[in-house]
Design a protein around this ligand. Structure first.
Ligand code: NDP
Length: 332
């Protein structure tokens, strides 16, 4: 069994030496357990926050233990009557090739709806995050302007498309011409602005002639600074992520209570797990239908081999991924 453990805590940007590849025997399932063979591992920005010595909203990964993460796996061996060998499941097995499960916390994946890797992306945690953050907190009305950064990524791509499904105007922010073209031409954003442009703030203002009614916060930092003067009275800000600040506390930007008061803003942070019990079934049903209808598109950035995971995660924090980042751990 190959697995990657957290070797040391990063100081700022993570480096490859923060991770260590280890080899161990393939574990044996006991009565009631299953052996899972990991096919795909999801890489997500939150992993950076779990690498610190101090946990934030959830526990830190202890040094020397397997890096955590969502996975799509095949049941390789089952000693639990509820699960059959060969079934494809969503699990939370982390950065390793094989894992033991007691059968709880698994979800069956239907390969007929979409490729199984989408259970980590558009039909998984990131898609769900977009759905609840936008619909339950952002609540865009038809004709309103919704702005989201990391627009070609797992969460942002779904936010923009769901906004359009609901009749709102979607303005994306992305890094570089290829991501911007993709968000506009393939995902159907009404306008897209490149945050690397020297006159980014001016371009964003031009792209939002009626101001901003919903700012879906994915990044923080200079993007938030550019958004602030454009916020309309009664704007809603689902605070989903602050990727610009995870490795660079100096980049932090904020909204003051004064801004909140005088513009009657709603600023609401959330972690998607809060909504799972109440909203996951509706999300899976609706998002699957949108995919079938061609209304919800997605792009995956697939990296081959578990040993590539550290570099891929480091790259994501610099915007090197283009689409939902997943690692193909074993061929499916
Ligand atoms: P993405 O697939 O969007 O990948 C991350 C992207 O962030 C990069 O490709 C890059 O896109 C952008 N980015 C990185 N650094 C910066 C920066 N300094 N300034 C601006 N943009 C930057 O990731 P996800 O869709 O998985 O996650 C998006 C956000 O959602 C993250 O903040 C994440 O933490 C958050 N999240 C929150 C959840 C919750 O429950 N609250 C659940 C899931 C995700 P580009 O090159 O276009 O700038």
């Amino acid at each position: 069994n190959h697995r990657i453990v957290l070797a040391s805590h990063p100081d700022g940007r993570p480096v490859p030496a923060n991770f260590r590849l280890e080899t161990a025997p393939i574990p044996e399932p006991q009565e009631g357990e299953l052996l899972l063979e990991i096919l795909y591992l999801s890489l997500d920005p939150y992993m950076r926050t779990r690498m610190n010595a101090e946990g934030t909203y959830a526990d830190a990964v202890p040094l020397g233990t397997v890096m955590l993460g969502g996975t799509v796996a095949r049941v390789k061996q089952s000693r639990n009557p509820a699960w059959q060998e060969g079934e494809i499941v969503l699990s939370f097995s982390g950065w390793q090739r094989y894992a033991i499960s007691d059968g709880s916390q698994l979800r069956r994946i239907d390969p007929a709806i979409a490729p199984i890797s989408t259970a980590l992306g558009v039909l998984g945690m990131p898609g769900f995050t977009a759905y609840v953050g936008l619909l339950d907190i952002g609540r865009p009305a038809p004709g309103e302007t919704v702005v989201v950064a990391a627009a070609s990524g797992a969460v942002g791509s779904a936010v923009g498309q769901i906004a359009r499904i609901k009749g709102a105007r979607a303005v994306g922010i992305a890094g570089g011409p290829d991501k911007c073209a993709f968000a506009r031409d393939v995902l159907g954003f009404d306008a897209v602005v490149d945050h690397h442009a020297p006159d980014f703030a001016k371009q964003l203002a031009r792209a939002c002639p009626d101001g901003i009614d919903v700012y879906f916060e994915n990044v923080g930092g200079k993007v938030l600074e550019a958004v602030k003067p454009l916020l309309n009275d009664f704007a809603r800000i689902p605070v989903c992520g602050l990727i610009a600040e995870y490795s660079d506390a100096g980049a932090a930007a904020s909204i003051s209570l004064g801004d909140t008061l005088f513009k009657s803003l709603t600023v609401r942070g959330f972690i998607q797990t809060e909504f799972v019990e109440r909203r996951e079934a509706a999300f899976l049903q609706e998002a699957s239908q949108w995919i079938r209808d061609g209304l919800l598109r997605y792009r995956e950035d697939v990296v081959d081999g578990l040993e590539q995971a550290p570099q891929a995660l480091i790259g994501m924090l610099d915007g090197k991924n283009f689409g939902k980042l997943v690692v193909r751990v074993s061929g499916d």
